[in-house]
Design a binder for this molecule. Sequence first.
Ligand code: 0RQ
Length: 496
Amino acid sequence: MKKLKELTPEEAASYITNGMTVGFSGFTPAGAAKVVPKAIAKFANDEHNSGRPFKIGVITGASTGDSLDGELARADAVAWRTPYQSDKFLRKNINIGKTKFFDMHLSQLPQNLRYGFLGKVDVAVIEASEVQADGKIILTTSVGASPTLARVAEKVIIELNTSHQESLYGLHDIYEPLDPPHRRPINLCRCDGRIGTEYVQLDPNKIVGVVASRQPDEIGGFRDSDETTMKIGENVATFLASEMRSGRIPSEFLPIQSGVGNIANAVLGALGDNDEIPSFEMYSEVIQDSVISLMKEDKIKFASATSLTLSPEVLKQTYDNYEYFKRRLLLRPQEISNNPEIIRRLGIISINTAIEVDLFGNVNSTHVMGKEMMNGIGGSGDFTRNAYISIFTCPSIAKGGAISTIVPFVSHLDHSEHSVQVLITEQGIADLRSKDPQDRATAIINNCVHPEYRPQLLDYFQSFKGGHTPQTLKTAFQMHERFLEFKDMRGPQVPA
Ligand code: 0RQ
């Protein structure tokens, strides 16, 4: 067996030329390639300084860290990007038109790659914790789209990250479905079921070299829960406990999916604090800090996801007690963690965060004022559309009260009223199931809207002149227009 070639980051970057499509490992900053993208960014800057063009197409599992999205964006080296991002420099380039971004359900990315919908992938740069000369690699803290990216790419560069204090063998379950018309049922019937291999098998002839890395994942901590996020969390826990009492959720409970961010972290914490909710499992895409805390207390029995998105302190605690945690954690490709077939089969309760919601339950997860991209739809659509119960949470106001997150009509639509079943803010709970549009609007105004915005939304609702859905097209975006004119949806603010 031929020994794999060692490369410096600069040598690895030299395989990437202007106009190429490059797939990088990473789902959130967990497991993202770090040293090669930095070297690519440096090369891009040198090329630009010499008057030559250099931009590439970038595909990852989801968002990544500063060494990848941040460095490449600052070097203006990204021609296009998919499927999800959360870096402020990249977001800026997207919103000023320097980088084209197309948003995609995360479960669909791997199959779209295989179907050829994204064109040819020239090079994949994949972070691994172990690599063998026969092409077997053990991934690190995420799986994401790495197995597919590495398989469809013409060349593969491995970033061998030796900073992980434990052997990660057994943390991953790697499985890729066949493509239609030959696809078979995905035989996963439990959160802790295994259907694949512990490693990704690559064609060793495609591996052009291995770059050494000891860079830790670039994951920031969370803001401490505040009164609003704590209240949202409590309301979610109250709702789920009452569903259990009514028998609509079985007494052994159902697996939870929870999104990323401060609100999602607080919601999980509140589920842990609620005595009525039994110890539960997670079938999600991201394992955040709160999952590890709840696992220590045995409130979470098992967590299946596609990334271990832990702050450095919590990752260290996890490694320090790895014997305990490794039996309770499993990372899968995003095609499986977010798979509609599995989500329906397991009966997942999905909990995601909205940017804005309208009076009928349509949700905007991605755009501010209809046009500025925030992060992307991520996995929220995969889970919401297929969940046993789909919940959206958000604070009732944003930007110090200048924005009501509940509006007459969403300025961008990601999840339609047909998929969204429950809305929860710090004000309360609107259960939208089996309600017609008028009853939905009434429940949302009464239970979820901030008191300062209730009169406006009630006026809008009452100005309705007949029909099935209480919508008045002429004034549907009045609150947004008011914000654009006065920087406040309440109109011009008179100083006190
Ligand atoms: O802005 O950071 O300047 O303060 O949006 O909002 O309230 O801190 O909430 O961190 O949970 O993020 C929807 C973006 C929420 C996220 C979103 C402003 C607000 C703040 C962040 P600041 P919060 P979170 C699985 C699930 C889509 C993908 C998804 C997301 C900032 O949850 O990207 O669900 N979701 N994936 O002030 C203007 C409004 C606003 C607003 C909030 N109406 N108008 N600004 N903000 N509402 C995970 C993956 O897929 C990987």
